[in-house]
Design a binder for this molecule. Structure first.
Ligand SMILES: [Zn+2]
Ligand SMILES: [Zn+2]
Length: 345
């Protein structure tokens, strides 16, 4: 099979490899669509992955082409994939909170992922797709589940006004989930006109350009001077975090989703607003996938299937597998607008 193998920072090579060997409880997934995550760009160009060499790619969907003895009933199924493989032994795993597993394995950074024709996936990590769901849409289950998980982590069910800083895929999905849970006002804060246009396509007309004016100030003005019930940083940027703190109402919620690009420093005055406004600030990591309640993935699948979320609207680019390196290079250059970039098999 063809696979993009990351050998180190800025050393990604298209190689011919044998098909992955399967354990008894593993399925061989023929990748049909794989999203390039914002986190893949520093992984490919700057830091390398946790394990090297490795095939990156953790947002994907496909068809089970083969399977080990213990899961042969999965052959032929159309599937999405939860990329985190929990240890099943630590305290978090015992509680079903696999997203905070202390010794997890991860498809696409610790073991081989989806920028290849085939990938080996434990049957436990598969979620079966309805026949009507396109693979392109299913490749976006992961970022949408991450966004849902963040709003849940914040306890945002009753938030009537929500401000999302960062208008990439996770930010746009977070806005979608806020609307689904009943928020009356949803503000999206971004950096460019194309993001405003994408937000408008998804039905969000309250878009604030961070370069044009003080977004936090605007959000307070647009909420009668109080501030938003919930502010989310989906940018991983110190300015966005500061703005979240400034834009939240007293007693409000701030949830941090974005992976930081560098040290996060916030000013003394901004920090003090956390105290004075008695804000609840919480972090969110990955998404919850389990067999019981609060499975972010089954809920995301239902929202895609029922049309409450429209993942395909977020897809801005499609490339064939052979063009991954060029696609990643263009994303890294940040000259043109990207929302979700898909590699299609
Ligand atoms: Zn990702
Ligand atoms: Zn664990």
């Amino acid at each position: 099979m063809k696979a993009w193998v990351l050998h180190g920072a800025n050393d990604l090579r298209l190689e011919q490899r044998p098909l992955p060997a399967l354990a008894d409880a593993e399925a061989l997934v023929r990748v049909k669509a794989a999203g390039v995550c914002g986190s893949d760009i520093p992984r490919i160009f700057e830091t390398g992955a946790h394990t090297l060499p490795v095939v990156p790619g953790h947002e994907f969907a496909g068809v089970v082409a083969d399977a080990g003895r213990a899961c042969s009933d999965r052959i032929g199924k159309r599937v999405g994939v939860f990329p985190l493989i929990p240890c099943m032994r630590c305290d978090s795993c015992a509680r079903g909170r696999y997203e905070t597993c202390s010794t997890y394995d991860y498809i696409g950074s610790r073991r081989d992922g989806a920028f290849a024709e085939y990938v080996a996936v434990p049957a436990w990590n598969l979620i079966e797709l309805p026949d009507t769901m396109p693979f392109d849409a299913a490749a976006l289950l992961e970022p949408a589940a991450v966004a849902l998980h963040a709003l849940r982590a914040a306890g945002a069910e009753n938030a009537e006004s929500v401000a999302i800083f960062g208008a990439g895929p996770v930010g746009l999905f977070a806005a979608g989930w806020a609307r689904i849970s009943g928020a009356k006002k949803v503000f999206l804060v971004g950096t460019r006109a194309e993001q405003a246009e994408k937000a408008r396509l998804l039905g969000f007309s309250d878009f604030l350009d961070i370069n044009e004016r003080d977004a936090a100030e605007r959000i307070r003005a647009l909420t009668g001077g109080a501030g938003a019930d919930l502010c989310a940083d989906a940018a991983g940027d110190p300015r966005a975090v500061s703005d979240c703190i400034r834009a939240a109402r007293p007693g409000g919620l701030v949830v941090l989703i974005g992976n930081p690009r560098a040290d996060m420093r916030i000013g003394k005055d901004t920090y003090q607003k956390i105290l004075r406004k008695q804000l609840r600030v919480c972090g969110s990591w990955n998404s919850r996938f389990n067999r019981e309640a609060e499975n972010d993935w089954t809920e995301t699948l239902a929202a895609f299937d029922g049309g409450a979320l429209r993942p395909e609207t977020l897809i801005s680019h499609r490339f064939p597998l052979a063009d991954l390196a060029r696609a990643a290079e263009r994303m890294r250059a940040r000259k043109e607008y990207f929302c979700k970039v898909l590699i299609c098999g």
